[in-house]
Design a protein around this ligand. Structure first.
Ligand code: COA
Length: 174
């Protein structure tokens, strides 16, 4: 499945992405508050390999998408959705530092929330965030997600489908 937005393209991570994925995910500014950090390019390649054949909505699996610049195809980050057995979707996103603060994260998360709630008809999306991860919390709050109780040291953000589907569709209206 490929999704195209105004400036970006989301599609599958491929073998040739290992170098760029390693550079992004091993950067301390990206890995600081995250659970996974590749130790080497080979580690990133193994991660990509393990994702092959995973379809969206596979129970208890992460479905990971490459985030690319629409025109050049350059890999600038990745986005993952985890499909828990109880129907809850967990969202995670990483962008290379050179591509942060341009609205790209919001652009891709918005389109994925449309897919999860409008396409897959899921009821709830959450994100688990380190309480020191100010940029991520700002992104999630800006998208209308609600801060819930902390779990295992992380702040949990939640968005019910009813709120997303009821909101106007124009950019900037959310
Ligand atoms: C969390 C993360 C993905 C957010 O990325 P980001 O680039 O800061 O988020 P956005 O792309 O939505 O940009 C946000 C800012 O860019 C601004 N911006 C700049 N140019 C813009 C444009 N052309 N269009 C829209 N917004 C723009 C926005 O106004 C916003 O600023 P604000 O926060 O002051 O309102 C990023 O910080 C990251 O990858 N962090 C490391 C990985 C991580 O910890 N991930 C965990 C997330 S669960």
């Amino acid at each position: 499945m490929e999704v195209v937005t105004a400036r970006l393209r989301l599609d599958a991570l491929r073998d040739g992405d290992a170098d760029a994925l390693f550079a992004c995910r091993s950067d301390p500014a990206v890995s600081r508050y995250q659970g996974w950090k590749p130790a080497s390019v080979a580690d990133a390649a193994k991660f990509i390999d393990a994702l092959q054949g995973v379809a969206p909505d596979t129970p208890d699996a992460w479905w990971q998408r490459a985030i690319r610049l629409r025109d050049s195809g350059e890999l600038i980050g990745d986005l993952g959705l985890h499909f828990a057995d109880d129907g809850t979707i967990e969202l995670g996103i990483s962008l290379a530092p050179a591509h942060q603060r341009r609205g790209y994260a919001r652009e891709v998360v918005e389109v994925m929330l449309d897919f999860v709630f409008g396409g897959l008809r899921k009821k709830r999306v959450i994100a688990r965030v380190d309480p020191r991860n100010f940029m991520c919390m700002r992104l999630l709050e800006g998208l209308g997600m609600h801060r819930r109780d902390a779990q295992a040291g992380n702040v949990v953000f939640e968005l019910p489908a009813s709120e997303w589907l009821a909101a106007p569709d124009e950019p900037g209206d959310r």
